[in-house]
Each structure stands twice: as structure tokens, then as C-alpha cells.
Design a protein around this ligand. Structure first.
Ligand code: AMP
Length: 319
């Protein structure tokens, strides 16, 4: 059995081909790294046979405390936490962004082990897309795909759905953990689960921020020190919207926030205020409705996004 796996610092590496799992393995006691869908399915079957509940955290790696907060939440609510790391080529509309996306697998393994992740799925591309990427399914996302990220990153949400659909089929989790940081993505994935008839529950976790308010993001490491100090401008623009928010037209507030962004040398793609439930863009606020301010902007070559649910006493994303 020894040649089937090796244990290092509490991590069990499974080989590429379907493993013969040791009969009495208790998976909760160390982290298993699985590199093929076949091995993952063998493992999931065993967990299901043992009656375990599964929480799933899909990521693209280059992990930071925001990702790890999702793992912690998943741990609280499930017997087993599965994390995937896959930099999904089909969701990058800009090939340069895909090429430059940070990849820090060794450090990610270390962080996940420490955070108490049970299973790390690290698939190669041809395991996620066994027949290539030319003829992947198309998902009817409707209005959600025509606005904001959908408008500025054509094809992005189709790519997100393609990878998450495949991962959900393999992992079959009870709960799917997502970050509010990617607000529109949360809504798209809710739609995906309803389109595919998945019974998994979506759990949306709050955005973790750096001390100066910048939302944690894998892309932040690409900012140089000048850009990094300016980058807090997105958060300042969001807090400006929050503090200036009043019933009536939103035009002047958006203009003021835009001004703050350009003072920080951001090049905005959009700054919008939308209905928090439907993402319908709002020109005015009635003083009651739960809304969300969303910003996407370039700092140098790096595109950052952030959002804030308003008014602040509504600050939690309604699951
Ligand atoms: P990514 O690796 O960027 O695809 O992100 C994987 C998951 O982590 C997504 O559900 C993100 O919304 C979530 N996430 C990313 N950044 C943060 C953050 N700062 N706080 C909380 N969750 C986050």
C-alpha cells in the first residue's frame, strides 16, 4: 500500500491514477492532495459512504486570508472541507491576465494544511476539460451577463460557470462557499445551481480587507508599492458612497466617487449602484431598498473589483 501514497508533514499525496485507498483511512486527520478527477471521485464516494457532509471552496490559488476565511466557515458547517485550486483558462478574457495570474502552489498547500482543509483538489486542465474547451456548454445567464463584469469581461461568466459546473459534478458538495468580494459571481453561481438543479446550498462570506480597507485579492501582489498605497482609493470611493447616500438621484454621489478614484490614479471600468437582489442598475434610491455599490478599476495593469452593500445596516449578503 505504501507506494500508493506518501505522507509529508500531515499531507497525503494521492497519485494521478485511481488510488486504492487504505481501508481505515480517516480523512479528517490530515490533508489529502488529489490530482485527478478519478481519484477525487473515489475519495468522495468513500466520504459519502461514511455519511460525511462536504463543504466546497473553489479557488484559483495564490491564497490569502480571504480564501482561508471561506475554509474556516466551511469547517464549522461540514465534516469535510474540499478546496480546489485551478486557474481556469476559460474565464480569462485577457490572455495576459491569465499568464500573469500569480501561482503559489507550495505556499497554498502549507496554508491550507494549517487552516485545516481536508482535501485539496489540484487538477490538470485536461482533467477539467477532457474534450477540450472548444465546445463547452453555454449557460443562459440572461441580464446578469449583460452588465458590469459581464459587459466589461465578455465570456467571463460562461467560463466561471463551465469550471464550477464541472467541479460541482465531481465534488457534489452539500454547501458551496463563495466570497461577497465577487458579488456578481455569487449571483451568477446561484443561477448556475438553479439551471443545473443542484441542491447544494450557497454560503456567502464577507469580504476580508487589508488594514487600509483594500479588499484582499490574489491580484494585489502584482501592484508595486506606489500602486499598492494608491489602491485603497477603491475602498475610499465605496465609503464615500456609503456616507453620502441619501434618498433621491445617485448621479452626484457616483460623480464624487469617480473623482476620488481618478485622484488615486485609477482608470475605472465602472462605478455603479444596483439593486442588491437583482443587480438592476439604479439611477435613484428610495431610502429603503437594499442596494450595492460596485466598482471595477485598473491600477496600472491590474484590474481590481470591490463592492459594498448599502445602507450599512444591511451589510450582510442575504443568502
Ligand atoms: P478566487 O481564487 O479569486 O477565484 O477566489 C475564490 C473565492 O474566494 C471566491 O469565492 C472569492 O469571492 C473568494 N474571495 C476572494 N477574495 C476574498 C476576500 N477578500 N474575502 C473573502 N472572500 C474572498
Amino acid at each position: 500500500m505504501k507506494e500508493m501514497y506518501k505522507v509529508r508533514k500531515g499531507t497525503l499525496f494521492l497519485p494521478n491514477l485511481s488510488p486504492m485507498l487504505p481501508v481505515n483511512t480517516t480523512f479528517a486527520s490530515f490533508m489529502v492532495i488529489v490530482r485527478s478527477s478519478e481519484a477525487l471521485q473515489t475519495l468522495i464516494k468513500k466520504l459519502r459512504r461514511d455519511g460525511k457532509t462536504i463543504g466546497f471552496v473553489p479557488t484559483m490559488g495564490a491564497l490569502h486570508p480571504g480564501h482561508l476565511s471561506l475554509v474556516k466557515n466551511a469547517q464549522k458547517q461540514n465534516d469535510i472541507v474540499v478546496v480546489s485550486i485551478f486557474v481556469n483558462p476559460t474565464q480569462f478574457n485577457d490572455p495576459k491576465d491569465f499568464k500573469l495570474y500569480p501561482r503559489t502552489t507550495e505556499q497554498d498547500i502549507y496554508l491550507l494544511e494549517k487552516a485545516g482543509c481536508n482535501t485539496l483538489f489540484l487538477p490538470p486542465t485536461d482533467d477539467i476539460y477532457p474534450v477540450g474547451t472548444a465546445q463547452l456548454p453555454h449557460y443562459e445567464l440572461g441580464y446578469l451577463e449583460t452588465i458590469l463584469e459581464g459587459k466589461y469581461r465578455p465570456g467571463h461568466f460562461q467560463g466561471v460557470c463551465q469550471v464550477v459546473d464541472r467541479l460541482m459534478t465531481l465534488v457534489t458538495p452539500d454547501r458551496l462557499y463563495l466570497g461577497q468580494k465577487d458579488y456578481q459571481q455569487c449571483m451568477v453561481l446561484k443561477k448556475l445551481l438553479s439551471l443545473t438543479g443542484s441542491s447544494a446550498q450557497i454560503e456567502i462570506c464577507p469580504t476580508l480587507r487589508e488594514a487600509d480597507g483594500l479588499a484582499m485579492s490574489s491580484r494585489n501582489v502584482r501592484l508595486d508599492s506606489r500602486e499598492r498605497s494608491l489602491a485603497t482609493g477603491i475602498f475610499r470611493a465605496l465609503t464615500f458612497i456609503s456616507s453620502e447616500l441619501q434618498p433621491g438621484s445617485l448621479a452626484a454621489i457616483k460623480e464624487g466617487a469617480l473623482q476620488l478614484l481618478s485622484e488615486s490614479h485609477f482608470r475605472p471600468d465602472y462605478i455603479e449602484i444596483a439593486d442588491a437582489g437583482t443587480l438592476q442598475l439604479q439611477a435613484a434610491w428610495d431610502g429603503k431598498k437594499k442596494i450595492v455599490a460596485l466598482i471595477a478599476a485598473f491600477m496600472g495593469e491590474v484590474r481590481l473589483i470591490d463592492n459594498m452593500i448599502l445602507p450599512l445596516n444591511f451589510a450582510n449578503y442575504a443568502n
